[in-house]
Design a protein around this ligand. Structure first.
Ligand code: F6R
Ligand code: MG
Ligand code: MG
Length: 378
C-alpha cells in the first residue's frame, strides 16, 4: 500500500470585520505566519488559509492521519494567536468560537469546525473544499444528495461504470448521537426521509461502493452542550474528491446552481438561500447574509496543494446568484414570520420566555365548547 495523505480543514470565527461580515486581513496574515513556522512546516506538507464571511479556514495536508493531536494543537494555537490580533483590533466577537481555554488533544467540541479525510493519493487527485457562512452542517445534505445520488444532477451515476454501483452515505443523528450507513440507490427513500430534516440528520461522509474509498466528508459534529448552550452546529466545511469514480468537478458544483434554503441567516434564526460566490465576494452584508458558499479546487501533488481555483467566480453561476437574490427579496418580505424566521426550537435568539413571563397573568383559559371570540371586558 502506498503512502497516505490527510486533508484537514479546520475553521473558526475568531473575530469579525466589521460585525460578523468578514475576516480582517491581519488575521489571515497571522494564520499564514503561524503555519509557515518551522514546527508547523515539519508537521504539514502544505497549507492554505481561506475565508468565507467571518470564518477563518485552515486547509492543511499532512501524513499524520485524522484526529491527530499535533495537527489539532497547531490549529488551536493558530486560532488563539489570531484571537490576540482580533482583540488588539477590537474586532467583533473576538475569540467567539474558542469556547474553552484549555486544549484537550482535539479541537472537536471546543468550538472550531473540522472536516478531515485520509486516503492514498491517486495518479491525479482533484479535490474541492466547500466553505459556508451563516448556516449549519445540514446545509450540505441537499448538494451532497444531488452529487452522489441524483442521476439528474450526476450523469456519471448512470453512464460511468466506475460510479454505477452507487455510494454509501454515513448519516449522523445529531440529537441522539447515533449514526446509520445507508446505500444509494436502493435506500434512497429511507435516506431522504432522514436528510430532508437537516437540523437533525446530517451527512457526515460518503464512500464509493466500488472500492470503499472515502469520497466526501463534512464538518458535521456531535452537538455538545458547552457554556450552557449547544455548540458544534456552526458554519460548515466540506471536502469532496472528484473525477475518475467520483463526481466530475462540474457534477460536484452543479447542485449550487439551485440555491436551496438553509438555516442560519441573521442571528442564526432565519432561513435563506445559499448563494454561491467567489471568495472575494463572500462578505455577507445584506441582513447579515444571505448565507454564502465558496468552492476552492485543488490538485494534490504528493500532498502539495496546487491551487486554489475559485470555482464560483465563474459567470456560469451568475443566474444562481440572481435567483438567490430574488429568493432573498421574497423571504425578507415575510419579516418576522415563519418560514423566513425559523421554528421556535431552532432559533438562536429568542425573547419568547420573557414575553410569556410578562404576559403570564393575561393568558386566560379558553372556555369549554366555545366556538368563537368570547368577547373582552376592557
Ligand atoms: C448570524 C450572525 C449574525 C449575528 C447578528 C447579531 O450567524 O452571526 O447575524 O447573529 O449580527 O449579533 P450580536 O448579537 O453579536 O449583536
Ligand atoms: Mg461572527
Ligand atoms: Mg460565520
Amino acid at each position: 500500500m502506498g503512502k497516505k495523505v490527510t486533508v484537514s480543514v479546520i475553521k473558526a470565527d475568531v473575530g469579525g470585520f466589521v460585525g460578523h461580515s468578514t475576516v480582517h486581513p491581519n488575521l489571515v496574515e497571522e494564520a499564514c505566519g503561524r503555519l509557515e513556522r518551522s514546527d508547523a512546516k515539519n508537521l504539514l506538507i502544505d497549507y492554505r488559509v481561506a475565508t468565507v464571511g467571518d470564518d477563518l479556514n485552515l486547509i492543511m495536508t499532512h501524513e499524520q492521519g485524522t484526529d491527530n493531536q499535533d495537527v489539532h494543537k497547531l490549529a488551536w494555537e493558530t486560532f488563539q494567536a489570531c484571537t490576540k490580533v482580533a482583540q488588539e483590533l477590537k474586532l467583533y466577537g473576538a475569540g467567539q468560537d474558542l469556547l474553552s481555554d484549555a486544549f484537550s488533544g482535539n479541537v472537536r467540541g471546543l468550538g472550531p469546525g473540522v472536516a478531515e479525510m485520509e486516503f492514498e493519493e491517486r495518479q491525479s487527485e482533484p479535490i474541492i473544499i466547500f466553505m459556508a457562512d451563516k448556516t449549519e452542517p445540514g446545509a450540505w445534505n441537499f448538494p451532497l444528495f444531488k452529487m452522489f445520488a441524483d442521476p439528474f444532477n450526476t450523469i456519471g451515476l448512470v453512464i460511468d461504470p466506475k460510479m454505477h454501483q452507487g455510494f454509501t452515505f454515513e448519516v449522523h443523528d445529531l440529537i441522539d448521537n447515533e449514526r446509520v450507513m445507508l446505500l444509494a440507490p436502493e435506500e434512497l427513500y429511507d435516506l431522504l426521509v432522514l436528510i430532508g430534516a437537516p437540523g437533525r440528520y446530517c451527512i457526515k461522509a460518503i464512500y464509493s461502493r466500488r472500492n470503499g474509498e472515502i469520497a466526501a466528508t463534512s464538518s458535521t459534529q456531535r452537538l455538545n452542550l458547552m457554556a450552557g448552550r449547544y455548540v458544534g452546529k456552526d458554519d460548515p466545511v466540506l471536502i469532496v474528491r472528484c473525477q475518475s469514480g467520483f463526481p466530475a468537478v462540474g457534477e460536484a458544483l452543479e447542485p449550487f446552481t439551485k440555491p436551496h434554503l438553509v438555516s442560519g441567516w441573521m442571528r442564526g434564526s432565519h432561513s435563506g438561500p445559499l448563494m454561491p460566490v467567489a471568495e472575494k465576494h463572500a462578505s455577507p452584508t445584506r441582513f447579515d447574509g444571505p448565507p454564502r458558499v465558496v468552492a476552492l479546487g485543488f490538485q494534490l501533488s504528493n500532498g502539495r496543494l496546487i491551487g486554489p481555483q475559485d470555482f464560483f467566480a465563474d459567470p456560469g453561476f451568475d443566474e444562481a446568484r440572481r435567483l438567490a437574490n430574488q429568493l432573498a427579496n421574497y423571504l425578507r418580505g415575510l419579516g418576522p414570520f415563519e418560514p423566513h424566521r425559523l421554528h421556535l426550537e431552532e432559533m438562536e435568539y429568542t425573547t419568547l420566555p420573557q414575553v410569556r413571563d410578562k404576559l403570564q397573568d393575561r393568558f386566560e383559559p379558553l372556555k369549554e365548547g366555545s366556538k368563537g371570540s368570547e368577547g373582552f371586558e376592557g
